[in-house]
Ligand binder design. Structure first.
Ligand code: GNR
Ligand code: NI
Length: 180
């Protein structure tokens, strides 16, 4: 297993629209293992392939308290949405920034597992929010896109400054490692 590098806003590679997963082979299994390792190490509750510069429609999630219930979604599609709810979101690609986003409260999703088998299931709560957040990544969207232009510009400037300081002082601008 290997920990992968997570792209950070405003890296334009995060804007890539991912292509469907077509090969459900050993290499996909390796990528999934590496994405899970990267997500757990971060730590995060989800990770989309886009964030590690792999532009396939693949994402992993684990919202369990014990971090022992990994979920894998390939080629996910939302069949139906219900209700709306607001949650404070964060993103490993927008480190240290948290803000409220409105999303569907529950979603019905069709997806494939790592063997290519199709599934259909309903999700709600944090899992539904995380799924929508990750599926946005696969279409090149970030949670900051739902904020005002003013907030987005402030965030971009802060992250560019953080990045410059990290480069200058060899690496440690503290980033809130809370909850996520
Ligand atoms: O770790 C994460 N936490 C989180 C919290 C609220 C809403 C969405 C998320 S996803 C995020 C990890 C990440 O950036 N996935 O793309
Ligand atoms: Ni994210």
């Amino acid at each position: 297993m290997a920990k992968l590098t997570i792209l950070e806003y405003p890296d334009t590679r995060l804007r890539t629209k991912a292509s469907p997963v077509v090969d459900f082979d050993a290499a996909l299994g390796t990528l999934i293992g590496d994405m899970l390792e990267t997500m757990y190490a971060a730590p995060g509750i989800g990770l989309a392939a886009t964030q590690v510069d792999v532009h396939q429609r693949l994402l992993v999630i684990d919202v369990s308290a014990d971090r022992d219930q990994p979920l894998v979604f390939a080629n996910p599609e939302i069949l139906a949405r219900e209700g709306v709810g607001t949650m404070e979101e964060g993103c490993l690609s927008v480190p240290g920034i948290f803000d409220e986003v409105d999303r569907a409260a529950s979603v019905r999703v069709r997806y494939q597992d790592q063997n290519g088998t199709f599934h259909e299931a309903g999700f709600e709560g944090l899992l539904a929010v995380c799924l929508q957040h990750e599926m946005d990544h696969l279409d090149g969207r970030l949670f900051v896109d739902y904020l005002s232009e003013l907030k987005r510009e402030r965030i971009r400037k802060k992250l560019e400054k953080d990045r410059r300081e990290r480069a200058a002082h060899g690496g440690s601008t503290p980033v809130a490692a809370r909850a996520l």
